[in-house]
Design a protein around this ligand. Structure first.
Ligand code: HEM
Length: 261
């Protein structure tokens, strides 16, 4: 094998992985469009066909929205197969991190597609829709890691955890909790369960009021927790003299929190 054939797969892999990442971001946004336009059952409870047909009728807008979501998912699946092939050819001997993350992404994609089918067949149950969203986020994370590991190969995965690394993990986990509880608030109809602010029907811990109030307040608590943790993250970034890019990114995350509410 000459130099050229050795250097080709990695570059092609990074391009394909980044394209798949962007397509997945697009599909996640499109999934939200499926949801807010009430197109989740655009194809009825039919799967893998759309209301018994391969291509929906031209005048059925919700069916087209749902069908397009499935079509883009299929495209991501094809790109994913390409990633598996290129990862195996280019990295199996010298970069296990790429192989591991690409295979995890493939497993998550299969799980995600299965969940999509369950969502459709069982009339969009809110908990499964939330799981579908959670799995979409994990899939995006796995694809991103796979692209990053292909681009930058860490000699070893560091095992010592400093405060900044721990806070980065905590803020990431809290962000996921906020996304998921937010989806559950909407999906379960808990949007107006707590009409007052910052309390919920006059209580700070409304757990005895019912599940809708509980879900709603869990969402608010996670936002407060994230705000607090992000302030700590920014503080430690500056105190520890971290690189300028990391410091700016942490400030950006803190600035974005009120906008995301
Ligand atoms: C890579 C694959 C996929 C990704 C990343 C993805 C992602 C998403 C996301 C982020 C949402 C919005 C969820 C929310 O707002 O809570 C969504 C909604 C939805 N997805 Fe997917 N999806 C994928 C594949 C599929 C497949 C294969 C199907 C069906 C066979 C499907 C069916 C649905 C349906 C019906 C909704 C709307 C749920 C509702 O209206 O409540 N998805 N998807």
């Amino acid at each position: 094998m000459n130099e050229q054939t050795l250097s080709k797969p990695p570059r092609a892999f990074i391009n394909l992985a980044m394209t798949t990442v962007l397509l997945t971001v697009g599909l996640i946004v499109f999934g939200a469009i499926v949801r807010v336009t009430d197109s989740g059952l655009g194809c009825g409870n039919s799967w893998p066909l759309c209301d018994g047909t391969v291509i929906p009728p031209l005048d059925n807008v919700t069916a087209w929205i749902e069908w397009s979501h499935r079509l883009i998912a299929m495209l991501i699946g094809l790109f994913g197969i390409g990633m598996l092939v290129l990862a195996w050819r280019g990295y199996r001997k010298n970069n296990r991190a790429v192989i591991t993350t690409t295979f995890i992404a493939a497993g998550l994609f299969a799980f995600q597609s299965g969940l999509g089918a369950v969502v459709v067949i069982f009339d969009l149950p809110p908990t499964i829709v939330t799981l579908h969203l959670a799995s979409a986020m994990l899939l995006l994370g796995a694809l991103l890691l796979s692209a990053i590991f292909a681009w930058h190969r860490p000699p070893t995965i560091p095992t010592n955890r400093d405060v900044v690394t721990t806070l980065a993990y905590v803020t990431m986990a809290l962000s996921l909790i906020i996304i998921l509880t937010g989806a559950l608030v909407r999906g379960s109809g808990a949007t107006l369960a707590c009409p007052d602010y910052p309390l919920c029907n006059g209580e700070i811990l409304p757990f005895n009021q019912g599940s809708l109030e509980t879900v709603h307040m869990m969402h608010r608590f996670a936002v407060v927790g994230l705000g607090f943790m992000l302030i700590m993250l920014v503080w430690y970034m500056y105190r520890g003299g971290r690189g300028v890019l990391l410091r700016r990114l942490s400030v950006l995350a803190l600035d974005w929190l009120p906008l995301a509410r």
